[in-house]
Design a protein around this ligand. Structure first.
Ligand SMILES: Nc1ncnc2c1ncn2[C@@H]1O[C@H](COP(=O)(O)OP(=O)(O)O)[C@@H](O)[C@H]1O
Ligand SMILES: CC(=O)N[C@@H](CCC(=O)OP(=O)(O)O)C(=O)O
Length: 299
C-alpha cells in the first residue's frame, strides 16, 4: 500500500467510526432514495451510489431506490424523431411517448441499476409501480395562465400520472427477503392505462406510504440555495412557501420541494435534497455530524 492509499483507507475508517452511532439509530428503518437521470450519467458516481446502497443494507437499514431517467428518455425520443415538451417540469406524454418512457425506465435503466447493485454485492429487485399494484395512478390535471388574457386554462398533459394509491406489499415482501427494491416511475390506472410519473413525485408517495425515516433526493446542486447561492441546511414547509413566494426557488426545485413537503406531512420523518454528483454523498449526509444538503422536516 502506498502513502496515498493508506491516507484514503484511514479516511474511510474514520468516516465509518464516526458513523457507528448513526448505524444503530437507523437500524431496521427505511430510507427511500431517488436517483435522478442526470446523476446516473457518470459511471464512477453510479458505482459509488450502488456501493452506498448496499452498505446501508449491510448495516441493517432498508434502502428503497426510486430512479428517474428524464435525459435518457429524451435521447431515445430524439433518436425516434419524437418531439418532447414540458409543462411545469412534467413531460407531455402521448401514447407513443408513454411507450418509450416505459421501455427506457422500466427496461433499460431499471435493469442497469439492478446490475450495479448486484455487482456491489446486493440483491436488487427491479420493478415498476405496476408490479404487485404498487402504485395506482390517476391522470394529472394542470392549468396554465394564458399570458394574453391572464386567465387560467386547462392543459392536457396526456398520460402523465400521479400516485393515487400505494400498496407497499411488494416492497415489504422484497425487503423481508433481503432484497433491495429498485423502482421505475411508471404506474397503471384502475383501467390498466400506463402512466408516466415524475420520479420525485413517485419517490415522495412511496416514502409517505412506507413511513420512511428519510426521503433522499439526489440531484445536481448541493441542496436548496439562497439568493446568494449559499446552502440552506434546514427548512420547514412554511420556510419553503416563503422561498417560493420571494422567487428564491424555481424550475425543477419547485416540484422537488412540493414532494418533500407532501412526504414529511404524510408520515416520512424528514426529506433531504443533496448533491448526487458528490462521491458518497449519502454516507456524508447520514453518517457524519456535519451532514450534507438541505434537511426538510415538518414543524
Ligand atoms: N433555490 C434553488 N436552489 C437550488 N437549485 C435550484 C433553486 N432554484 C431552482 N433550482 C434548480 O433546480 C434544479 C434541480 O431540479 P431538477 O433539474 O428537476 O433536478 P433533477 O433532474 O435532479 O430531478 C437545479 O439544477 C437548479 O437549476
Ligand atoms: C411525467 C414526467 O415528466 N416523467 C418523467 C419521468 C422520469 C423522471 O422524472 O426522471 P428524472 O428524475 O431523471 O428527471 C419524464 O418523462 O422525464
Amino acid at each position: 500500500m502506498n502513502g496515498s492509499d493508506e491516507t484514503a483507507t484511514i479516511a474511510k475508517a474514520q468516516v465509518l467510526i464516526e458513523a457507528l452511532p448513526y448505524f444503530q439509530r437507523y437500524a431496521g428503518r427505511t430510507f427511500v432514495v431517488k436517483y435522478g437521470g442526470h446523476a446516473m450519467g457518470d459511471p464512477a458516481a453510479a458505482r459509488d451510489f450502488a456501493e452506498d446502497i448496499v452498505l446501508l443494507k449491510a448495516v441493517g437499514i432498508n434502502p428503497v431506490v426510486v430512479h428517474g431517467g428524464g435525459p435518457q428518455i429524451g435521447t431515445m425520443l430524439k433518436k425516434l424523431g419524437v418531439e418532447s415538451t414540458f409543462v411545469d417540469g412534467l413531460r407531455v406524454t402521448d401514447a407513443e411517448t408513454a411507450q418509450v418512457a416505459e421501455m427506457v425506465l422500466s427496461g433499460a435503466i431499471n435493469k442497469e441499476l439492478v446490475g450495479w447493485i448486484n455487482q456491489a454485492g446486493g440483491k436488487g429487485l427491479g420493478i415498476s409501480g405496476k408490479d404487485g399494484r404498487l402504485v395506482t395512478a390517476t391522470k394529472v390535471q394542470r392549468t396554465v395562465k394564458d399570458p394574453a388574457s391572464n386567465i387560467e386554462q386547462a392543459v392536457d398533459l396526456g398520460f402523465v400520472g400521479q400516485p393515487a394509491a400505494v400498496d407497499t406489499t411488494i416492497i415489504d415482501t422484497a425487503v423481508a427477503a433481503g432484497m433491495i427494491p429498485i423502482i421505475a416511475p411508471i404506474g397503471a390506472g384502475e383501467d390498466g392505462q400506463t402512466y408516466n410519473i415524475n420520479a420525485d413525485t413517485m419517490a415522495g408517495a412511496i416514502a409517505a406510504a412506507l413511513g420512511a425515516a428519510r426521503l433522499l433526493l439526489l440531484t445536481d446542486v448541493p441542496g436548496v440555495l439562497d439568493k446568494q447561492g449559499e446552502l440552506l441546511s434546514d427548512l420547514t414547509p412554511p420556510d419553503i412557501e416563503r422561498l417560493r413566494e420571494d422567487g428564491t426557488i424555481g424550475g425543477g426545485m419547485i416540484p422537488k420541494l412540493e414532494t418533500c413537503v407532501h412526504a414529511v406531512e404524510a408520515g416520512c420523518e424528514a426529506a433531504v435534497v443533496l448533491d448526487g454528483r458528490v462521491s458518497h454523498a449519502m454516507l456524508l449526509e447520514f453518517f457524519t455530524v456535519r451532514g450534507a444538503g438541505t434537511l426538510i422536516r415538518a414543524e
